[in-house]
Design a protein around this ligand. Structure first.
Ligand code: CA
Length: 243
């Protein structure tokens, strides 16, 4: 199949949503493995997470919740892109899912086009993560943190070694490569999440907050990544405080 875009694991217990998603994603060229409960999905991921290019994960599921799947699978499959479907509009749930390692979320009811665009983006980002295993090997600094793409780790300003996902790594790399330049949310969504223009999400803000926890020591008065109101973010390599 020349049109093949990638293999997705779809985890959704509501039949109507699952059927609609499966039908439309297959028409887009994806192969879709649809699991209807958390435990079956978890089993599939445990047996071979590498068979999937991305996961679309509902949060409220029978037997094992999307949160529990994230918490258990992320340490085993750090490169796998995961998009969360949240039935709740609660910001806390979205933040919790992103904290547990999801790459992005959409809130139900979502637009089908929007979801398909994000699925394409996540699969592309997953392919980037595989490529970068070979090309992005050198460690780099951002603020007080040192990032090591080869090992998927960051040595934080506080001296803690933490495992991070490719999305966090690519976001850090993007800031490190563009010192003194304002990067808009839209630019970041395009270059890091591989989304086409027009996508709106607060995901960037949650990821920047995560990065700051690595890059900023608690004594720092200024962040390595400053917010530019109404525009986006800027990495200011402050002279004198570097190294
Ligand atoms: Ca559900």
């Amino acid at each position: 199949m020349s049109n093949f875009k990638g293999k997705l694991l779809l985890v959704e217990d509501e039949p109507a949503i699952g059927e609609t998603l499966q039908f439309n994603l297959v028409s887009e060229g994806f192969e879709v493995d649809w699991k209807r409960d958390g435990l079956t999905a978890f089993d599939a991921l445990c047996s071979d997470a590498n068979q999937y290019d991305a996961v679309i994960l509902d949060l409220m599921l029978p037997h094992l919740s999307g949160f529990e799947i994230l918490a258990r699978i992320r340490p085993l499959a750090e490169r796998l892109p995961i998009l969360v479907l949240s039935a709740r509009s609660l910001d806390l749930d979205k933040v919790k899912a992103l904290e547990l390692g999801a790459d992005d979320y959409v809130t139900k009811p979502f637009s089908l086009n929007e979801l398909i665009l994000r699925a394409h983006g996540l699969v592309r980002r997953g392919q980037w993560a595989r490529e970068s295993q070979r090309t992005l090997q050198d460690t780099f600094k951002l603020g007080g943190a040192e990032f090591s793409p080869a090992t998927h780790t960051v040595l934080s300003a506080a001296g803690e070694k933490v495992k991070i996902t490719p999305t966090e790594m690519l976001l850090a790399k993007t800031f490190a490569s563009n010192p003194g330049r304002v990067l808009s949310r839209q630019e970041l969504l395009e270059s890091v999440w591989q989304y086409s223009s027009g996508t709106e999400t607060r995901t960037v803000d949650v990821f920047v907050a995560k990065l700051r926890r690595y890059t900023d020591s608690n004594k720092a008065t200024e962040s390595a990544i400053e917010t530019v109101r109404g525009l986006g973010y800027i990495h200011n390599p402050t002279p004198g405080t570097a190294s």
